[in-house]
Design a protein around this ligand. Sequence first.
Ligand SMILES: Cc1cc2nc3c(=O)[nH]c(=O)nc-3n(C[C@H](O)[C@H](O)[C@H](O)COP(=O)(O)OP(=O)(O)OC[C@H]3O[C@@H](n4cnc5c(N)ncnc54)[C@H](O)[C@@H]3O)c2cc1C
Ligand SMILES: *[C@@H]1O[C@H](CO)[C@@H](O)[C@H](O)[C@H]1NC(C)=O
Ligand SMILES: *[C@@H]1O[C@H](CO)[C@@H](O)[C@H](O)[C@H]1NC(C)=O
Ligand SMILES: *[C@@H]1O[C@H](CO)[C@@H](O)[C@H](O)[C@H]1NC(C)=O
Ligand SMILES: *[C@@H]1O[C@H](CO)[C@@H](O)[C@H](O)[C@H]1NC(C)=O
Ligand SMILES: *[C@@H]1O[C@H](CO)[C@@H](O)[C@H](O)[C@H]1NC(C)=O
Ligand SMILES: *[C@@H]1O[C@H](CO)[C@@H](O)[C@H](O)[C@H]1NC(C)=O
Length: 576
Amino acid sequence: MAGFILIGGGTAGLAIAARLAPNFSVAVVEAGGVYETDNGNQSVVPYYALTMPLLSSDAATYLRQPLVDWSLVSVPQPGAGGRKIHYARGKTLGGSSALNTLAYLRGSKGTYDWWAELVGDESYRWDNVLPFFRKSCQFTPPDLEKRNAANATPYWDPDTCGVGGGPLQVSFANWVDPTIAWLAKALQGIGMPLGPTGLNAGLLNGLGDFVSSTIDPRHATRSSSAASYLREAIEETELMVYPHTQATKILFQDGKAMGVVVDTQGLEYTLNATKEVILSAGSIHSPQLLMISGIGPMSTLQSLGIPVIKDLPGVGQNLWEQLALNVQQGVNTSASTTFVSSPDPAVRQDILRQYLDDQAGPFSAAGGYSSFEKIPSSLRSNFSQSTIDKLADFPPDWPEIQYVPFGIPSGLVDPPTIGAFTATLLAPLSRGNVTITSPSVKEPPVIDLGWLSDPADGEVAVAALKRCREAWADPSTASIQVGPEIAPGVHAATDEQLLDYVRQTATTVWHASGTCKMGHSDGSDAMAVVDSQARVFGVQGLRVVDASVIPFAVPANPQGTVYMLAEKIADAILGA
Ligand SMILES: Cc1cc2nc3c(=O)[nH]c(=O)nc-3n(C[C@H](O)[C@H](O)[C@H](O)COP(=O)(O)OP(=O)(O)OC[C@H]3O[C@@H](n4cnc5c(N)ncnc54)[C@H](O)[C@@H]3O)c2cc1C
Ligand SMILES: *[C@@H]1O[C@H](CO)[C@@H](O)[C@H](O)[C@H]1NC(C)=O
Ligand SMILES: *[C@@H]1O[C@H](CO)[C@@H](O)[C@H](O)[C@H]1NC(C)=O
Ligand SMILES: *[C@@H]1O[C@H](CO)[C@@H](O)[C@H](O)[C@H]1NC(C)=O
Ligand SMILES: *[C@@H]1O[C@H](CO)[C@@H](O)[C@H](O)[C@H]1NC(C)=O
Ligand SMILES: *[C@@H]1O[C@H](CO)[C@@H](O)[C@H](O)[C@H]1NC(C)=O
Ligand SMILES: *[C@@H]1O[C@H](CO)[C@@H](O)[C@H](O)[C@H]1NC(C)=O
């Protein structure tokens, strides 16, 4: 028995649990274990966070990490050459904050103002959510002595970032990948300069900078929700954690959530909640568990013989997914991996020493640089009227593309490194969904990403590839380029050829959101699942608090917003 039962000890789940624990009895049910021991350096050392996304996200070839990942795979994507996509989701205390690539960013001001409009609650406006962003994290300004690149000083804004805030550690890496430092100049060169306040002050569109990361600067280790919020709460409160325990069903009595059936490695039992059940299982598993528990589209529930507690057609719908593509070119600069996998043992020993003694060097860093823009008018003039109309619905400061440069060794002598500009679609118009084919939680949820099902996304993706080519044509990188374009390659010249390249190679950035979306409580939005305090419509005692309730995908990396949301809802509960 506990006051509050949190289902999912992930990014939002542990943040909210830690905030409630000083005042209430709180139990956290988490399907996974402890990543620091289960997966060691791979999960803790920032550099290794990057090795995963650089590998394939195709179902056939992705990097298996079953001790920390749910190993989910989408249905074949007709818009992407019929490929099935590995959809990584953290399965460990910390959830996806223990598996992600550590970039910490916030959306634009207009992002939160739009959220407020969509849910009819002014408390989501930028000015009103900013205190919760600040409360969640402790910012450490860049250590310019340890950063190795002269032209890689990031900007940051003390007013919006604040120092002396919450448990989550946010800092600027003590190392800059040499290839990224070069490619950043090109993104500035084609019209996205550094902004004076960095990327966490609500201004993104038309700007770029080195990103902050959820890295604890004291040891240059991953600051997940487990390493930050949970560690503090475990020491200071009576918070109970049930690891390796999967919630299999939420129980209701007279329309009120009373408890949760859980399974610890085959042992099934019930935990009763005297106050509330809070579902924080993430964008894929929260809709799954709601449906299994009788809340979701009536037709889905009935077809599986699940008794209907509440017909909510929006559960599992409105999956916002940001796909990514890139343009690759041979370069003669080094990349972080050049050092980490150097054939020279002295180099390898030196970078290990830098990491262990100085919290610096290639092992200490993940993430690098990002730039944001709406597709400029020169390329926009080619969009169809329907694409122009759909993009006009987004706020004026909402960027359509995020550009992220990176470099990896080619395995060849010449060129030694493959440089790439990745473009991520931040205003995607295709929607996917999550559904179930079994009343049992043991059967994985069915994920349809809906990639390129709206032709507008194809038009924007092709324009984004052309922008990446413009970046490669910027004079700032001419001196490091070796040979012709590697991918898509010089043969890909027409829009059709570029679109085909997008279909064959697009990858995910794992930012799924919106599958239990928040909406107006006046009944005007039939697809809304929770109200602006994250309470599930039509039942009592149940909230959903995680990326699934964000009504859209934030036009940047989402974890900062997930922590903000957890702080905001915890505050609402404590203030009630
Ligand atoms: C590979 C990868 C890279 C990413 N990179 C970045 C990045 O660089 N920057 C960024 O901002 N965002 C990034 N993201 C996205 C970001 O990490 C997520 O949006 C965010 O962490 C989601 O938080 P959440 O609370 O919604 O869900 P999660 O953190 O995923 O938490 C859900 C938790 O619920 C548990 N759970 C699920 N079902 C059950 C059940 N039935 N019973 C018990 N427990 C259950 C899971 O095991 C998990 O611990 C990345 C994500 C991935 C996967
Ligand atoms: C990984 O962990 C081991 C100890 O298990 C340590 O000796 C080694 O230096 C670590 N590697 C890195 C890159 O930190
Ligand atoms: C838990 O709740 C169920 C009803 O939902 C009840 O039957 C059971 O007795 C309760 N258990 C405890 C320990 O309170
Ligand atoms: C516009 O579209 C046409 C036809 O697809 C193409 O040939 C042309 O290159 C495009 N122009 C731009 C600026 O993208
Ligand atoms: C999910 O989306 C696909 C593609 O749009 C559609 O065919 C399918 O019916 C949807 N499934 C559900 C359960 O909504
Ligand atoms: C890369 O090649 C250019 C000539 O194309 C040369 O000027 C430059 O010094 C080279 N840089 C490195 C790091 O080898
Ligand atoms: C929560 O607990 C703290 C510390 O015990 C106390 O200061 C605070 O007033 C409590 N808040 C509520 C809402 O009970």
